[in-house]
Design a binder for this molecule. Structure first.
Ligand SMILES: [Zn+2]
Length: 107
């Protein structure tokens, strides 16, 4: 059994040395040193759910806009990274929310 595979949710979690996270269909990637790692994994799972809802449209509705947003967003950007609709939606689906720049469980 693949240790990266979550069989209840039918998706894969990979921890990477690159900061930031990515989700492509069943495959999610989270930064292994993220201080909010559990919640980051949940956020990426939110993107997996988006992908299930949207099918191929995921790339157009979520993938591309969030890629552009991630490229444009810097530490100096006034809006939070998670304000963007693709990200706030993934938070909601993953059961997390942002507080002071990090993700916490949304109870
Ligand atoms: Zn995201």
């Amino acid at each position: 059994m693949d240790k990266n595979y979550d069989k209840d949710r039918n998706y894969y979690i990979f921890l990477t040395k690159n900061s930031g996270g990515v989700s492509l269909g069943k495959f999610t990637f989270s930064y292994y040193k993220a201080i909010d790692l559990d919640c980051s994994i949940a956020h990426e799972y939110g993107h997996t759910k988006q992908s299930r809802y949207l099918g191929p449209l995921y790339l157009l509705v979520v993938g591309l806009p969030s890629l552009i947003w991630a490229l444009l967003h810097t530490s100096k950007t006034k809006r939070s990274y998670y304000d963007f609709y693709t990200e706030s939606w993934a938070n909601k689906l993953g059961g997390v929310k942002e507080e002071n720049g990090i993700l916490i469980w949304d109870k």
